[in-house]
Design a binder for this molecule. Structure first.
Ligand code: ZN
Length: 380
């Protein structure tokens, strides 16, 4: 008898380990039980096979009956659950109909952006409900335990400001839009040049001469019409900065000059929101999350002084391997999704360095610096 139970357990747990579908495992277990019944029915008393399979067919009839009830109940619950999901989807579809024009709500606004940004801050809670297309579009997020429905709604409710639509901004913006971040603001004063296209994959050849911020939001809207993308054609400044980040949840810095980096850092520290920062040089990229509001250092703690002129050559001077900003920019988007959804552990207080030339990564810890002029106690 134990032999049969051992066989059933092997089919169920062993099959699960081999990722065999439950329906197939159920069928296999049914076959074993039928065989046990048949053996005990038709073989003569005292037969060795009957001895090891329990002797009495009635016992196996009982096991089969109880097993069938259990499995049938499981299928019934599954059926009810599916019906409930369908009903909810149908309900959401009906509720969505009046606001079906949600589509591409975006504004390409020239700097100064102040008047538009001052609009009502948080969308009404109902606006954060996911419609049928969104449930389908984000299905691979929603099945992730760490994101799920609540995480996806948090993404939809979030506002991310991305400084720079260049090498790092390109992949970061595309992935943030694809991931369903509700509002994305892009700040860039540059125009697309053919020499950018080796790595700045959000722009097309036909975009040459166009403002990068505008080219970027066109690409994001084409990718995901549910995203409210906003272009700010201009440089991040002390004047427009505070307004731009007023209701932001995260700032991404993909620029390559220290002046803007320091400004983005000061804005993030003042707003008590995390700054996801990436940097590149030739074959090496680095990424970190600066977040003094949560005990991590700020950018200025780590880079207190700008480097002497000539010591930090730009991409145009030193060159950069095309896919490298893709790797680091995608990591920046991943850290942002984690920050918004609360998934996993962020790179706060750490810096990840990726050496593309030798295919190596390493992570170093970062400490807050006492007396930091930006996040220290005497700051401000
Ligand atoms: Zn600091």
């Amino acid at each position: 008898m134990l032999l049969v139970f051992a066989l059933l357990a092997l089919i169920w747990w062993g099959g699960a380990a081999l990722r065999i579908q439950p329906a197939i495992r159920n069928l296999a277990m049914l076959a074993v039980l039928v065989a046990a019944i048949a053996v005990n029915h038709f073989l003569p008393d005292g037969h060795v096979v009957r001895q090891v399979t329990g002797q009495d067919p009635r016992f196996w009839y009982l096991v089969l009956l109880l097993g069938s009830i259990g499995i049938g109940y499981g299928y019934f619950v599954k059926f009810l659950r599916r019906e409930a999901v369908h009903a909810e989807e149908a309900h959401e579809k009906r509720a969505q109909r009046p606001q079906a024009k949600l589509g591409p709500v975006s504004a390409a606004l020239a700097s100064p952006p102040a008047p538009t940004v001052a609009e009502p801050d948080k969308p009404a809670p109902a606006a954060n409900k996911l419609g049928p297309d969104e449930l389908n579009r984000y299905a691979r997020h929603i099945v992730l335990r760490e994101i799920g429905g609540p995480g996806q709604k948090a993404l939809k409710a979030a506002h991310v400001v991305v400084i720079g639509a260049g090498g790092l901004g390109s992949p970061a913006l595309l992935y943030l839009a694809a991931a369903g971040v509700g509002r994305i603001t892009v700040v860039d004063d540059d125009t697309v040049d053919v020499s950018n296209l080796q790595r700045q994959v959000i722009h097309r050849t036909a975009d040459e001469g166009r403002h990068k911020a505008e080219s970027a939001i066109a690409a994001m809207q084409a990718l995901n019409p549910h995203v409210e993308a906003r272009a700010v054609v201009g440089r991040l400044s002390e004047e427009n900065g505070p307004v731009l980040v007023a209701d932001a949840d995260v700032i991404l810095d993909g620029t390559d000059n220290f002046e803007t980096r320091y400004l983005a850092n000061a804005l993030a520290v003042a707003a008590k929101i995390p700054l996801v920062s990436g940097a590149l040089s030739q074959w090496e990229g680095q990424i970190s999350v600066f977040d003094p509001a949560n005990g991590a250092p700020c950018y200025r703690c780590i880079f207190p002084e700008p480097p002497a002129p000539g010591l930090a050559p730009s991409c145009s001077e030193a060159g950069v391997m095309g896919p490298l900003p893709g790797v680091v920019g995608a990591m920046m988007a991943a850290e942002t999704v984690k920050l918004i959804t609360g998934a996993g552990a962020s790179l706060r207080g750490g810096m990840l360095i990726y050496d593309a030339l030798w295919g190596e990564t390493r992570r170093i810890g970062l400490q807050r610096r006492e007396g930091c002029p930006v996040c220290g106690e005497t700051a401000g």
